[in-house]
Design a protein around this ligand. Sequence first.
Ligand SMILES: Cc1cc2nc3c(=O)[nH]c(=O)nc-3n(C[C@H](O)[C@H](O)[C@H](O)COP(=O)(O)OP(=O)(O)OC[C@H]3O[C@@H](n4cnc5c(N)ncnc54)[C@H](O)[C@@H]3O)c2cc1C
Length: 418
Amino acid sequence: MVERTDILVVGAGVSGLASALCLLGRGRSVRVLDAGRVGGGSSHGNCGTLTPSHAGPLHAPGMVAQALRWMFTPDAPFYVRPRLDPALWGWMLRFAARCNPRDWDASARARAAILNASRAAFPEWIARYRLDCQYSEPGADCVFRDPAQLDAYVRHLPALAALGIESRVIDGREYLAADPALREGLAGAVHFPGDAQLRPDRYVVELARAVTGAGGVIETGCEVTAAETRDDGMRVSTSLGERHARDIVLATGAWSPLLGRSLGLRWLRRAMQPGKGYSITYARPSLVPRRPLTLFERRVCVTVWEDGYRLGSTMEFSGHDATLNRRRLDALERGAAEYLREPVGPAKREEWYGWRPLSWDDLPIIGRAPGHRHLWLATGHGMLGVSMSTATGRLLAELVTGETPHLDPVPYSPERFA
Ligand SMILES: Cc1cc2nc3c(=O)[nH]c(=O)nc-3n(C[C@H](O)[C@H](O)[C@H](O)COP(=O)(O)OP(=O)(O)OC[C@H]3O[C@@H](n4cnc5c(N)ncnc54)[C@H](O)[C@@H]3O)c2cc1C
């Protein structure tokens, strides 16, 4: 039997589920298909911080030189597995060409717009859908041991302030007096009061509950393999048989270029790369930082929840490699030990990797696929898919239903890659 629905959302991560929820809220019938389980992709073991403070894109001036230095530094947070892969090197060249003040500014503006809108919507989503995901608003801090790195970072705070992102610089001694979890030798910190946090695995499960509660259907273990445009919409081939819908939303994160090949979106292979990251989750240590932290020189993120504690980081370009790299995992613990008195928890609960869906301009890809009337994209969220999820869902739903969008959709449009 061919299942029919208004909209098929492919991918049950934060991007797909937030989109599904917003489409359901606009009266559309929605079916979400996932090859694995709900939240089994990058949305599972990430750090769960909601960070407008990270509006600055990765392609910062000076990043190419920094990345080259990191390539030759053991334990560095950045790594490219050397290999002949024209799509990867094309992506790298486009990324490198954007490491200049003008392109940094353009991406930062568009990132700030969607991050600020998303952050503003979180309290309302948490209340309206009763999302039980340990959401809290402690702000977040970036801490430094090297005074020169702190000075350089502080110099970019006026650019963030111009984008509506508040911050406060805190002297190392003052910070240590207020937070005994940190080790001596701290140069200082930057506090971002507007940031927040949640437990991402809970968030994604709760979004799924809200989707089914609103009448949506979620099918897991259902891999989409192809789709064909018909007069009245799309016919979709899956591992569980055919599905039929008027529109399809591709929210397949870092898998998007793989599925894109069979959907006639070959350009996705040039636009996106998987940026592999790792995390380790522990039982909560007895002495924990009072706010989520970025340990700046090591680029390790530390998040504490009621029932857990997580270290996460690393940007590894190794394609869709599905192995856990012991050296990268150990580097998280070694990095944390430089800053924290109790860097790890009493028991390890999970070691994890995820593929961040990275576009070379570090902007999400949201909108109608060029040349395809019934095919939409909500992907490419890179390091900030959770932070951007509520505004992504709303913008995607507004575009599909023809409403006036609450954000200027142009910077996120897939047309920029066509
Ligand atoms: C170490 C690490 C830390 C991070 N920390 C943060 C953070 O603190 N804050 C933040 O905002 N972001 C963070 N991120 C980024 C964030 O995790 C991602 O941007 C986000 O989860 C992407 O969500 P998504 O829904 O687009 O993709 P995913 O969650 O990856 O979901 C894609 C889904 O598509 C499914 N799928 C793929 N192919 C098919 C197919 N053919 N058919 C059917 N289904 C398919 C997959 O099974 C998967 O469930 C972090 C990422 C990493 C790796």
